[in-house]
Design a protein around this ligand. Structure first.
Ligand code: PLP
Ligand code: ZN
Length: 418
């Protein structure tokens, strides 16, 4: 039995067969109307994990790439062999209980927080989980001879100058698939050198006269995709398949509950949000019984702004996706030490809304002092986590997000310090 029935657009409801190759975006999306996003629709009964240390095999029966390959005739041993190659090195990441000093000025009684440590994951962050699901689909389509003709081995393309780009280059290199990375002209020379050493082709994107508002790297990435490149993106609207593999993180967390060394129960997840794919995937996978709060810095909080706009307008849930342009607008001057979550729009806002609504969670907005303090707490935890990766802790420092006594709270530390 498969865990994924189909893809369905969260905006217009169009469904796409799970057997369709390269079904990255909603068939009704157009260059003039990009406000569509395919979500994997799961069966009610979730298949039990297979006994394997690699999450892309263990949770294979719940995943879209697996269902796609199966529907096109790939045998189970062949799917396992494919995952062993493409998703080599993935393993269940550590979940530990940390006693953290959650005071703004330090020196208060320690609060226990469960930390899922993604800093040792492939590429140094959770981003590789989103991308491995896409790459498994691409490799399966290629092996089965069902990939659309024109795309043969068209290059992969991504717009990122951070953890996602590093994950993309790491995965593309191992299967020898050409990758173009679209970066803004202020990208860090150190990251660009790392990407080059991983074999990626860097495309520095300056703003051009006549460009519409938005990140020029994203605009050039979209041009490349329109010209035939494959969207190797960690943003659902660019490629819904990134929302497949990201769920492995949440399944691992859920399956740690009740195990030796794991939490007896989980009450709340607090997740830092940039593009929103991480929160969406974790929320779907842990399920609505665990409250999911999102965290953004007050220097860039488009998700929280959209949420409160919808609440203030008393908008019904069914109306929200149709008000995309009105609710989810670009943040003007994103600014924070947590520079990996400065996406001016929360691309996967509909998924994030869905998981917060279903679980009774809310978007938390942290003042910059809390982001800075969160980075300090992260740095003193013994885990080499970046400021972005520790940013969820800032949500525990603000009044609305403070852990209640005895509450079992979990965060994701992602993005190794470089
Ligand atoms: C370390 C780290 N944590 C969290 C996030 C947020 O993930 P998302 O963009 O899916 O919201 C990012 C995104 O770049 C990141 O690099
Ligand atoms: Zn649609």
């Amino acid at each position: 039995m498969s865990g994924v029935l189909a893809w369905r657009c969260a905006v217009c409801g169009t469904t796409v067969d799970i057997a369709a190759a390269h079904a990255f975006t909603c068939p009704r999306a157009t260059p003039g109307d990009r406000h569509h996003v395919l979500h994997p629709i799961a069966t009610d009964s979730v298949p039990a994990p297979v006994d394997d240390p690699n999450p892309f095999i263990a949770y294979g029966p719940r995943m879209a790439w697996w269902a796609f390959a199966a529907a096109n005739g790939m045998t189970e041993p062949a799917r396992v062999a494919l995952a062993s190659e493409v998703a080599a090195g993935f393993a269940v990441t550590p979940l530990g209980r940390h006693e953290l000093d959650l005071a703004m000025n330090g020196d208060s009684p320690a609060t226990p927080v469960w930390v899922k440590d993604e800093t040792g994951n492939v590429g140094g962050s959770h981003k590789s989980r989103h991308l491995a699901g896409i790459l498994l689909h691409l490799r399966a389509a290629e092996a089965l001879g069902v990939a659309p003709e024109r795309s043969g081995r068209a290059p992969l393309a991504i717009a990122s100058c951070g953890n996602a780009a590093i994950a993309a280059a790491t995965l593309a290199q191992r299967v020898d698939w050409p990758l173009e990375v679209y970066v803004p002209d202020w990208a860090s020379p150190a990251v660009m050198a790392l990407l080059e050493s991983l074999g990626a082709s860097i495309k520095v994107c300056e703003r051009r006269e006549g460009d519409p508002p938005g990140d020029p790297a994203v605009l050039r990435f979209r041009d490349a995709v329109d010209a035939g490149a494959l969207p190797f993106s960690v943003q659902g609207p660019e490629n819904g398949m990134c929302l497949d593999g990201g769920r492995t993180l949440g399944w691992e967390l859920a399956d740690a509950v009740g195990t030796a060394g794991g939490p007896a129960r989980l009450d709340r997840m607090v997740v830092q949000v940039g593009g929103g794919a991480l929160a969406t995937c974790v929320g779907w996978a842990v399920g609505p019984s665990v409250r999911l709060d999102t965290v953004q810095a007050d220097g860039c909080a488009p998700l929280a702004r959209a949420w409160w706009r919808a609440k203030d307008a008393g908008m019904a849930a069914a109306e929200i996706p149709h008000r995309w342009s009105h609710l989810m607008t670009a943040w003007e001057r994103p600014e924070s030490l947590a520079d990996g979550i400065l996406d001016d729009e929360t691309y996967d806002w509909l998924g994030a809304f869905e998981v917060m609504t279903a679980s009774g969670g809310q978007p938390l907005v942290a003042p910059e002092e809390a982001i800075v303090r969160a980075a300090e707490i992260g740095a003193s935890s013994g885990i080499p986590v970046s400021a972005t990766g520790a940013a969820a802790l800032a949500g525990l420092l603000v009044r609305e997000g403070k852990p209640a006594s005895g509450e079992q709270v979990a965060v994701v530390f992602s993005g190794v310090t470089r």
